[in-house]
Design a protein around this ligand. Structure first.
Ligand SMILES: Cc1cc2nc3c(=O)[nH]c(=O)nc-3n(C[C@H](O)[C@H](O)[C@H](O)COP(=O)(O)OP(=O)(O)OC[C@H]3O[C@@H](n4cnc5c(N)ncnc54)[C@H](O)[C@@H]3O)c2cc1C
Length: 486
C-alpha cells in the first residue's frame, strides 16, 4: 500500500497534452499525479460504439505516451468498469483530488459519472470537472450563452508543462484483453490518423491551402473530403480543443484573403458547441424525440428498408455511395449526412431511432452532443426547425455531376454513362447491356418512388407539426435552447 497522497487525472474525450485544464490543475497541485484512461466494458458494448472509435482512442493514447515518456510518465490504461478501477486505485493510493473534463455524453456515461461522484463523496475525494470547450453545465436557458462562449474562445490557451514523475508504475490486473489489443493495434489506413500531432497537421494544412475553397466545396461529396477541415474526429476525442482552433484560424495570416472560407469554418465551431449544449441539458434526446409530440407519430418498421439503407442498396446511387463511403472511411460531409437521414426517416418513413446508432458507429467523429440533436433535426422531430427533404437525385446532379463519388463507391455502376448515373434505372435494356450492368440484378431498382414518398412524408411530418401536442412543446424547447436576444 502506497499511502503517499496523490491526485488523478482521468482522461475521457480530451486526449491531448496542451490546452488541458485538468492536467494543468494536477501539475499545479504540488503532489504526484497519475494520468489514467479507462476502457469500460459497459461503454464498449453500448450500441453507439464501434471498434474504430476505440482504435482512434488507443492510437491517440499511444501518441501521448510517446511524448510523456520524457517525463517518466504515461497514460495508465485500465480495462474495467470505472467504479471497480477507482476502488482499486483508492486501495493503493491516498487519492486527494480527481481532475477531469465534464462529459456531455449518453445515458450510460451520465449514469457512470453519477456513480463516480458518489464514490468520490464517500471516499473524501474532491472531483473537479473542468468545462469542456464552450459547453456550460447547469444552464437553464441560452440568455448568456453566446457571450460566455465568446469569452471562453478568447481566453488564453493553457500552456501545459510537465515535470518528471517520481511515481513507480502500478502493477494491476485490469489490463486490456490481448484479443482486443491486437484489434486496436490493427488500425486501418483508410481512417484518419489519430492523435494530437495529426490534429495540428490537419489544421495547418487547412489554413495553409486546403481550406481556401471551403465554402465552395463543403457540400460536394468528393471535394469536401479535402476542402473541409476534417478536424471532427480530433474534436470528438479531444486531440485538439475548439479554443485552440478558434484562435489559430481566427488570427491566421491567410484569413484576410480567405475571409469567406475561414469565417464559415469559425461559425461552425460555434455550432459545434451550440449542439452539444442542447445535449448537455437533455441527454434524453438520445432516445426520446426532442419534441415529445412526435412520439405520437407512428412508423411502420420495415427491416428490408433499414437493411438496404445501412448496406447501401436502396437503388439511389448517391445514398448508397454515402452509406458505403461512411462505412469504409468513417466520414461524409454535412449535406450527405443530412440527406441519408432525410431519406431513411422521411422517404422510407422509418423511426429515427432505427438509424441513429448505426450512423453513430460509422462516424469516426461520433460526438453524442452533435449527433443526436442533428439526427433529430434532419428527421423533423424538433417541431421548431424547418423540415428539409433532400432529393437524392437532385443532390447527385448538383454535387456529384459527373458521378465521380458514386462510381468510386459503387463499382457496379462504374461504366454507366454520366447522363444516367443519377438515375440508372432509366437506362434502356440495351444501354444496360452496353455498360455491363443489369439494374434490378447487379444493382437494385429504387426501393421507393421518390415523388410519392416525398409527398407522403411532407403530408405526414408537416401535417403533424400542427398537432396540439407538438405546439405545446414548442415554447419550452425555444425557451431552453434558443437565445432570445439574438
Ligand atoms: C445526422 C448528422 C449527424 C452528425 N453527427 C456528427 C457527429 O457525430 N460528430 C460531429 O462532429 N459532427 C456531426 N455532424 C455535423 C457535421 O456533419 C460534421 O461536424 C462535419 O461534417 C465534420 O467535418 P469537418 O470537421 O471537416 O467539418 P468543417 O466543415 O470543417 O467544420 C469544422 C467543425 O465545425 C463543427 N461542425 C461543422 N458542421 C457542423 C454542424 N452542422 N453541426 C455542428 N457542428 C458542426 C465540427 O466540429 C467540425 O469539425 C452531424 C451532422 C448530421 C446531419
Amino acid at each position: 500500500m502506497n499511502t503517499k497522497p496523490i491526485n488523478i487525472v482521468w482522461l475521457k474525450r480530451d486526449l491531448r497534452l496542451q490546452d488541458h485544464e485538468p492536467l494543468h490543475s494536477a501539475a499545479q497541485a504540488g503532489i504526484p499525479y497519475l494520468i489514467i484512461y479507462l476502457f469500460e466494458p459497459n461503454i464498449i458494448e453500448y450500441p453507439d460504439t464501434n471498434l474504430r472509435h476505440l482504435q482512434f482512442v488507443y492510437h491517440s493514447i499511444k501518441s501521448l505516451n510517446n511524448r510523456l515518456k520524457n517525463y517518466n510518465r504515461c497514460v495508465d490504461v485500465f480495462y474495467g468498469e470505472a467504479t471497480e478501477i477507482f476502488t482499486f486505485l483508492s486501495k493503493n493510493y491516498s487519492i486527494q483530488q480527481l481532475f477531469s473534463y465534464q462529459e456531455s455524453g449518453t445515458k450510460t456515461t451520465w449514469k457512470r459519472d453519477k456513480q463516480i461522484k458518489q464514490f468520490c463523496d464517500n471516499s473524501n475525494i474532491v472531483w473537479k470537472e473542468s468545462q469542456r470547450d464552450g459547453i456550460i453545465r447547469g444552464l437553464k436557458n441560452r440568455d448568456t450563452w453566446n457571450k460566455r462562449w465568446h469569452a471562453t474562445m478568447h481566453a488564453p490557451v493553457i500552456k501545459n508543462s510537465y515535470s518528471v514523475s517520481e511515481l513507480n508504475t502500478l502493477e494491476h490486473s485490469y489490463v486490456v484483453p490481448s484479443e482486443l489489443v491486437s484489434k486496436l493495434e490493427n488500425y486501418p489506413k483508410h481512417y484518419q490518423p489519430a492523435g494530437e500531432e495529426n490534429a495540428w497537421r490537419y489544421l495547418k494544412s487547412f489554413t495553409q491551402k486546403r481550406g481556401f475553397n471551403y465554402h465552395r466545396h463543403i457540400s460536394k461529396p468528393t471535394e469536401s473530403r479535402i476542402g473541409c477541415s476534417r478536424l471532427s474526429p480530433y474534436f470528438a476525442w479531444g486531440n485538439i480543443s475548439i479554443k485552440q482552433v478558434f484562435q489559430f484560424v481566427g488570427t491566421h495570416p491567410n484569413g484576410t484573403a480567405n475571409n469567406r472560407a475561414f469565417s464559415g469554418m469559425l461559425t461552425r465551431l460555434h455550432w459545434h458547441c451550440h449542439f452539444i449544449q442542447k445535449f448537455e441539458v437533455a441527454c434524453i434526446y438520445e432516445t426520446l424525440c426532442i419534441n415529445k409530440g412526435y412520439e405520437l407519430l407512428a412508423h411502420k418498421k420495415n427491416e428490408t428498408y433499414i437493411k438496404a439503407w445501412r448496406t447501401g442498396q436502396t437503388g439511389y446511387p448517391l445514398i448508397d455511395a454515402c452509406m458505403r463511403a461512411v462505412e469504409q472511411t468513417g466520414w461524409i460531409n454535412f449535406r450527405m449526412r443530412a440527406m441519408v437521414v432525410s431519406f431513411l426517416t422521411l422517404n422510407l418513413d422509418q423511426d429515427w431511432r432505427d438509424g441513429v446508432y448505426h450512423l453513430a458507429r460509422q462516424f469516426l467523429d461520433y460526438e453524442p452532443g452533435i449527433h443526436y440533436p442533428q439526427f433529430q433535426m434532419q428527421a423533423g422531430t424538433t417541431g421548431i426547425n424547418t423540415v428539409r427533404l433532400y432529393n437524392p437525385v437532385k443532390n447527385s446532379e448538383e454535387h456529384d455531376a459527373k458521378g465521380i463519388f458514386i462510381k468510386k463507391w459503387i463499382p457496379e455502376l462504374e461504366n454507366v454513362p454520366e447522363r444516367y448515373i443519377h438515375e440508372p434505372w432509366t437506362m434502356s435494356a440495351m444501354e444496360q447491356t452496353f455498360c455491363g450492368v443489369t439494374i434490378g440484378v447487379d444493382y437494385p431498382l429504387p426501393i421507393v418512388d421518390l415523388k410519392a414518398s416525398a409527398k407522403m412524408a411532407r403530408d405526414k411530418i408537416w401535417g403533424h407539426k400542427k398537432h396540439p401536442a407538438v405546439n405545446a412543446e414548442k415554447n419550452s424547447i425555444l425557451a431552453t435552447h434558443v437565445n432570445k436576444r439574438r
